[in-house]
Design a protein around this ligand. Sequence first.
Ligand code: ATP
Length: 238
Amino acid sequence: MTAMLEVKNLKVAYGRVRAVKGISFSVEQGQVVTLVGTNGAGKTTTLRTISGLLRPEEGEIWFEGERIDAVPAHEVTTRGLAHSPEGRRIFPRLTVEDNLRLGAFARKDKAGIAQDLERVFDLFEILRARRAQPAGTFSGGEQQMLAIGRAMMSRPKLLMLDEPSMGLSPLMMQRIMSTITELKSEGVTILLVEQNAQAALSLADYGYVLEVGSIVLEDTGAKLLTDDNVRKAYLGED
Ligand code: ATP
């Protein structure tokens, strides 16, 4: 079986600075896979390259058996790969509902869009209550929910989440993590980037540890959680 997403020997540079130094990993259908690592490890760069927002210097990206590393970003979305970016990047002047509807830009099935809008509102009740408000008035956690909801609105086969827990209270983080588990149970494949290794590895089927642009360890989430080096470096233990 070929993987849903396959990244082969990916190298990405900003000018002369190489941020990703030849990484390979894959995501099987139905899995939650996580990339963990500290600031600057290259996690965001990797997701942005998969989405078509950056071009690799070298390497290949395959999605559902087709090569996508030269495909424009909007077409990558149309093919079923959605990206909830770091730093939220929602449209502050647009209402919650308009932000969510933008996530469905490539779809024409009105009934399906209405259904998915309800699904996002069921997951995040606060968004329903404030659907007509400008998104810029929201707290960090609420904007994060909106960004995830917007990515879900394209009804993706593969959902990429960049630091969904960033800036959230422990309670909100719990909420986001259980949303990820719920999406997985609905059959959505997820590539999760997190600095919070504990949370990410606890729910991931498989994980990769990135350090300054290279993968230094990979294993099941459960095994990485109990790995001595991971515990020392990423879980704050002596
Ligand atoms: P973070 O969690 O801080 O976003 P990250 O693992 O996602 O970390 P990246 O954002 O991918 O890491 O950054 C990888 C490296 O590339 C870092 O050294 C960073 O300084 C550099 N970098 C990122 N964006 C740019 C840019 N636009 N121009 C130049 N260098 C960049």
